[in-house]
Design a protein around this ligand. Structure first.
Ligand SMILES: [Zn+2]
Length: 135
């Protein structure tokens, strides 16, 4: 049995606007929180994304979690040097876990994993790539 802790806080991010930060240390592989929200299907996901909802998490081909009502997860920013990842636990719940060791005070990030994000990403890898495209 895993205990999910909630040692998260929202504050100014170096990546973008507000971000989600950890107030404790996590070891690689440790569960940070369950991803709760409304379960929707692929069609509904596309419809909501077209409406500008960017807080939808992929579960499987026809199951998506809309976390836009979640107080904290909507502040989880993208990074290509992400320190968190998403998986399913043994009960089929989506969970956010530490993809690497995380120190107290670090911002939590995931790889959003869709094409467009890399055009807006300001990390050194994407920044260099985008510069060479525009030149
Ligand atoms: Zn990047």
């Amino acid at each position: 049995m895993f205990m999910t802790t909630n040692n998260l806080l929202v504050k100014d991010s170096s990546v973008h606007g507000l971000g989600l930060f950890s107030s404790i240390n996590y070891n690689e592989g440790q569960i940070i929180t369950t991803i709760n929200g409304e379960l929707i299907d692929a069609d509904e996901c596309v419809r909501r994304e077209d409406d500008g909802n960017v807080y939808i998490f992929y579960k499987d081909e026809n199951e998506y979690i809309d976390a836009s009502n979640h107080a904290q997860l909507k502040y989880l920013n993208h990074s290509c040097n992400y320190n968190c990842d998403i998986d399913e636990d043994e009960n089929g719940n989506l969970i956010l876990f530490a993809a690497s060791e995380i120190k107290s005070g670090e911002e939590l990030t995931i790889d959003y994993g869709y094409e467009e994000i890399y055009q807006y990403c300001t990390c050194s890898d994407c920044g260099n790539k985008n510069e060479s495209i525009s030149n």
